[in-house]
Design a protein around this ligand. Structure first.
Ligand SMILES: Nc1ncnc2c1ncn2[C@@H]1O[C@H](COP(=O)(O)OP(=O)(O)O)[C@@H](O)[C@H]1O
Ligand SMILES: [Mg+2]
Length: 512
């Protein structure tokens, strides 16, 4: 029986190209040494799920995947919601239990650390991730602000105006200034060229911008904007960088995270080249504790994730969700996940049992396992694994004794963390706050000048009137700007440069 099982697992896990061995298959609770369960690099862009109850080993499985990817020169981005992943930078301490685990699996244990870069969206330590409002674009901005169609139209017109006038929109301060300008000082100018903008719409947009700011998004918008190419770094030993985005302070600010993710996915999609039939991924993204994000995520983010999951695959980018229950992930996303690492589920309540039944149905049938039973009896650091082989077919379902991480299964000390940050080239590149001349300053300048000009003009007119009165002459000519035949807003929306520069590729992504 064990021999046929061994052959079944081994044949099903044969790889022509490179792969990550994650552990050995188990049968009736016993680990079958050398019956290795492998994840082919070739299908790692087909996304995945790591699920299971708290404390069953999800984060360690993530760690194992991340460090092995790095080892093979593939960079990784980790969303570290609980702050428990920094240990990747240091070798693991080892333990007799780990040696025992590895002896059973048939993979020798090796302790090592990996190149790590710490990133942040807020004022915590780490490389600051930012984007300018211009780069974010009117489409995403309207989505994240949850604007109506009419309001989105106003946003589009404002971007167009800034484009035409060469007014950089860097931060939310710039954008707020523009909203104000469009209905106050610049009212006539806007009305002539782009159509009338109502104070009611700018007012409601403004309120939503303030709401976004209150969730810390003002920290995200601005310069220096982050270049996603910097996520793809390889160190001098050929190891992929593990970029850890620390999100411990993000839970009460879901909009900030949604804003960042929308921007990241859109930028990856629009800048990464098509990979064709590649035998390895370019970048792998992991979201730990993804349920916290899905629970609070804006609709805009969920829609974007659904549509982009399909599209970024061809760019060689894989997205991995780590969460307690597979049902935490939206159905449309779940159906697209190639790799599944399912740790134990607990059957305390009737609802739990229902969830287990549902989960079991998502796995391929197996002659060797009763999936429902295995799901509740897996030990810590054991999981049901089903991957896609190099031809894209599901590999045999295997209860797997997962290998232990090579790096530390704990966080860095404060000293280790500061030493890591002090050596970071990216911290130097990105952490200076610059507030260069942008729409806010330029408009203030323009308004000041206009006011001065107006005062001068008024004085000149008074003089003239005086002169005319004495000369008893009158003139009545005053030239008005001729209005264009086409409705100006429509003109803006159909202008080719506008569509290219502002909606561009993003519209395509959003509409899928
Ligand atoms: N693959 C593994 N090898 C060795 N120990 C593990 C493994 N997976 C889990 N463990 C043990 O279980 C604990 C909890 O794992 P963790 O991944 O943090 O759980 P989760 O993320 O599911 O809450 C770890 O601290 C570790 O002691
Ligand atoms: Mg965890």
């Amino acid at each position: 029986m064990n021999d046929t099982f061994f052959n079944y697992i081994t044949e099903g896990n044969t790889c022509k190209g490179d792969f990550i061995p994650v552990g050995a298959a188990m049968l009736n609770g016993e680990t079958i040494t050398n019956a290795l369960v492998k994840i082919p690099l070739k299908t790692m862009n087909r996304h995945g799920l790591i699920a299971g109850a708290t404390g069953t080993g999800k984060t360690k499985s993530l760690q194992v995947l991340a460090e092995n990817l790095s080892d093979k020169g593939i960079p990784v981005l980790l969303m570290d919601i609980k702050g428990d992943l920094s240990g990747l930078a240091q070798p693991g301490a080892g333990h007799p239990k780990i040696d025992e685990r590895h002896a059973k699996i048939g993979i020798p244990f090796e302790a090592k650390g990996f190149p790590v870069e710490i990133l942040t969206l807020s004022e915590q330590n780490g490389v600051r991730l930012r984007a300018t409002v211009s780069e974010f674009g009117p489409v995403l901005l309207s989505r994240i602000l949850d604007l109506s169609e009419a309001q989105s139209g106003v946003v589009a017109v404002i971007f167009k105006y800034c484009d035409d006038q060469k007014l950089p929109l860097l931060d939310l301060k710039d954008f707020k200034k523009m909203l104000q300008y469009a209905t106050q000082e610049g009212k006539a100018e806007f009305g002539d060229a782009y159509g009338h903008i109502s104070t009611a719409s700018t007012g409601s947009i403004l309120r939503k911008v303030v709401e976004l700011e209150q969730q810390g998004a003002d920290l995200f918008f601005g310069e220096t904007s982050f270049d996603v190419q910097d996520l793809l770094r390889i160190d001098e030993n050929g190891k992929g960088y593990i970029n850890i985005l620390r999100l411990t302070d993000i839970q009460d600010r879901p909009k900030l995270f949604s804003t960042f993710m929308l921007s990241l996915l859109a930028e990856i999609y629009s800048t990464f080249p098509e990979q064709g039939d590649s035998d390895r991924p370019e970048l792998i993204l992991f979201i730990d504790e993804a349920h916290l994000i899905f629970n609070e995520a804006s609709k805009a983010l969920l829609n974007q994730i659904e549509s982009i999951v399909k599209l970024i695959r061809s760019k060689g980018v894989g997205l991995y969700f780590v969460t307690q229950n597979p049902t935490d992930v939206p159905e449309a996303v779940l159906s697209q996940l190639g790799l599944k690492i399912q740790h134990a589920l607990r059957a305390f309540t009737a609802n739990d049992r229902k969830a287990i039944k549902l989960t079991a149905q998502n796995y391929p049938d197996s002659d060797y396992y009763n999936t429902e039973e295995v799901l509740t009896s897996l030990g810590i650091g054991e999981a049901l694994v089903s991957a896609l082989d190099e031809k894209g077919r599901p590999t045999p379902l295997a209860a797997t004794m997962m290998r232990a991480p090579m790096s530390r299964m704990d966080v860095l000390t404060d000293t280790e963390l500061s030493s890591l940050l002090s050596k970071s080239k990216l911290v130097k590149k990105y952490n200076e706050t610059i507030d260069r001349e942008s729409a806010y300053e330029m408009l203030n300048d323009k308004i000041d000048k206009a006011e001065a000009e107006e005062a001068k003009e008024k004085a000149r007119k008074e003089q003239e009137a005086l002169k005319k009165a004495t000369e008893k002459q009158s003139t009545t000519s005053s030239s008005r700007r001729t209005s264009t035949a086409m409705n100006p807003v429509i003109k803006v929306l159909t202008s080719a440069t506008f569509i290219r520069s502002v909606f561009g590729i993003l519209t395509k992504v959003m509409k899928k």
